[in-house]
Design a protein around this ligand. Structure first.
Ligand SMILES: CC(C)(COP(=O)(O)OP(=O)(O)OC[C@H]1O[C@@H](n2cnc3c(N)ncnc32)[C@H](O)[C@@H]1OP(=O)(O)O)[C@@H](O)C(=O)NCCC(=O)NCCS
Length: 171
């Protein structure tokens, strides 16, 4: 299995992959398209997993902000991540997330946030975000599904405020 940066030639396959991974709902497939057309898109952090020439997984990290009265912090949000249902439970999702976090660190990003399953993400270093003083009001979600991963040591300690997802997440 190869993990590599997504190219334009992959867009159609990535759409279909998100569609089938999210049980034939196109919300996430369309979210990916809408992020690609937004200023939060970071092409180097849209990764695909390829097996025998076929795209079997995809993860996208894009820009968001944590705001408070007197300051803003640039952060990343991880969404969505999808693996073809026929090849799930083989570590492809983990490989995509780990590679994405490594690349994000190398690009100098300090924090990644997400809304996701509390059993899946802690092994990559994600912890409850609200416990670290980061709020979320745009989506009403329980504390344990709103998570943050610190990529640069000390970043969490100096960041408090409210995560703001950008407009593509509300289309
Ligand atoms: C969530 C999702 C991306 C995970 O992808 P995946 O490739 O199945 O994930 P992994 O294989 O890395 O991990 C799944 C499980 O398989 C286990 N696993 C990892 N490698 C394995 C291997 N080589 N052999 C057996 N099991 C393995 C992991 O420990 C993990 O176990 P867990 O349930 O205790 O966490 C995938 O299930 C998916 O696309 N779901 C639908 C879309 C979705 O809900 N996305 C997340 C919300 S944005």
């Amino acid at each position: 299995m190869l993990i590599r940066t997504e190219t334009k030639n992959d867009y159609k396959q990535v759409f279909n992959l998100n569609f089938s991974a999210f049980k034939n709902r196109d919300d996430e497939a369309k979210l990916v398209e809408s992020i690609r057309f937004s200023e939060g898109f970071i092409p180097a952090l849209s990764l695909v997993a390829e097996e025998q020439g076929e795209i079997v997984g995809h993860v996208l990290f894009s820009k968001a902000k944590i705001i408070r009265e007197d300051a803003e912090t640039d952060v990343l949000v991880l969404a969505p991540v999808a693996v073809n249902p026929t090849v799930q439970q083989r570590g492809i999702g983990s490989n995509l997330i780990e590679e994405g976090l490594k690349r994000a660190t190398n690009l100098g990003h300090g924090l990644v946030l997400l809304i996701g399953h509390p059993n899946y993400y802690p092994k990559f270093g994600f912890q409850s975000a609200r416990q670290h003083g980061i709020e979320l009001t745009q989506f009403k979600v329980p504390d344990d599904v709103f998570m943050v991963c610190e990529l640069i040591e000390g970043e969490l300690q100096q960041t408090i405020g409210e995560l703001r997802y950008p407009s593509p997440f509300f289309k």
